[in-house]
Design a binder for this molecule. Structure first.
Ligand SMILES: O=c1ccn([C@@H]2O[C@H](COP(=O)(O)OP(=O)(O)O[C@H]3O[C@H](CO)[C@H](O)[C@H](O)[C@H]3O)[C@@H](O)[C@H]2O)c(=O)[nH]1
Length: 379
């Protein structure tokens, strides 16, 4: 029987690629919980279609619950549906608000969705005996790191409200992992995956990044400019950073590499406790909690990325240089050695493939997921 894995935020950019990766293993049954606040239900049809294309008509299909994590009762109802169907084995928790700039304008919404929403989820997990968790964290938790490439031991000193919500949820999870339960129940086992900058799309061109409204992130913005959907001029937020060309450096990795990192995290959680596993060296003080960077370990500047997208699209980007964006830090490049050593994670796909797949998705879906004639299949 397939292991049931709840994927919160499973319709979003990262979540939908994680769902595809889970389906393609043939081992996991993804159960998506999403409220479509910043995503489209069409993403689920696309996941199902890719699975059928690659695995045939017997391919597993995703299950969907339209649930907002801030609604604790609705979360509870969704979990309860699986109690007499073998139960849920693990949760991959991605659902969150995620814009660094916006988080400084509406901090309460960020705390309510990202922190309070996580607590509702963890309560339902506890009630239903779900003890395996993969948490979607972010490189933003490191703030302005002293050491680059950044090791996981770097202190969590985020410069933004968004980053602090992620760091707080990591703390909550760690407390749940170290909890000594009186009734003898086992505590939570958790892997926090700290993402660097995911980009690109599924190579089929059926799935990609489709935010609602104007994209705030660099790569989807460059793709939408090249297709003519985004008409405003590109603004580069600062050229006075202490980096080789003065623009910010980020560690961009292909979305399918990142998605595969989640499968590896689940596989690590599946190793029986009586065998050597990623928690073998965890002491009682910390409990079974591990954090891993998911990055490529290669820094690219904003100007490098514009040039890479120019090569992929043929579009001649014009830009103006404006002031720094609040919360941006000069260089977020991962030290990915721990994830490689312990999870077997390697971001294999290169920059060219990342930009090519992004452009392939954008040209096949110039209007994104909303165009009626582009809708395919049903769940
Ligand atoms: O119009 C734009 C948009 C972005 N940038 C620059 O491009 C770089 C990358 O910016 P993104 O917004 O694409 O990505 P961030 O690194 O700011 O943030 C992303 O990666 C983080 C982890 O590194 C978090 O996970 C966060 O949620 C996610 O949006 C930054 O230097 C930014 O200043 C521009 O110059 N102009």
């Amino acid at each position: 029987m397939l292991q049931k894995v709840v994927v919160t935020g499973g319709l979003g950019y990262i979540g939908s690629h994680v769902v595809v990766s889970l389906l393609l293993t043939g081992q996991y049954q993804p159960i998506v919980i999403d409220n479509c606040l910043n995503s489209y239900p069409e993403a689920l049809n696309r996941c199902a279609e890719i699975a059928r294309d690659e695995m045939g008509s017997d391919a597993p299909q995703p299950i969907y619950h339209n649930v907002d994590l801030r609604n604790a009762e609705a979360v509870e109802d969704a979990f309860a549906q699986y109690d007499n169907k073998g139960g849920i084995w693990a949760v991959i928790h991605l659902a969150a608000l995620k814009a660094v700039g916006e988080s400084g304008e509406i901090p309460l919404s960020y705390y309510k969705t990202n922190v309070a929403g996580s607590i509702s989820l963890f309560e339902s997990m506890e009630r239903h005996g779900v003890n395996n968790l993969v948490f979607s964290s972010s490189a933003t938790v490191y703030g302005t790191p002293e050491i680059v490439p950044i090791p996981e031991t770097s202190p969590l000193l985020s410069a933004s409200c968004y980053g602090r919500t992620k760091a707080m949820v990591e703390e909550i999870i760690q407390d749940l992992c170290r909890a000594q339960k009186k009734d003898g129940q086992s505590s939570l086992r958790a892997v926090s995956v700290r993402y660097f900058n995911p980009a690109g799309a599924h190579p089929s061109g059926k799935l990609g990044e489709e935010p609602r409204g104007k994209p705030g992130n660099l790569l989807p913005l460059l793709a939408q400019m090249a297709i003519g959907r985004e008409k405003s001029q590109l603004k580069i937020f600062g050229t006075d950073f202490p980096t080789p060309d003065g623009t910010c450096v980020r560690d961009y990795l292909h979305i399918m590499d990142l998605a595969h990192g989640h499968v590896l995290a689940l596989d690590a959680l599946a190793v029986p406790t009586n065998q050597k596993n990623i928690f073998s060296n965890c002491d009682a003080e910390n409990g079974p909690f591990r954090a891993f960077n998911l990055g490529k370990g290669k820094g690219m500047s904003v100007l490098n990325m514009i040039e890479a997208m120019r090569k992929a699209t043929g579009y001649d980007y014009q830009y103006e240089i404006v002031d720094r964006r609040r919360g941006d830090v000069p260089d977020l490049t991962a030290d990915p050695t721990l994830a490689e050593k312990e999870l077997g994670f390697v971001a294999k796909k290169d920059l060219e493939e990342m930009c090519r797949d992004l452009w392939n998705f954008q040209t096949k879906n110039p209007h994104g997921f909303e165009t009626p004639q582009k809708q395919t299949g049903t769940i």
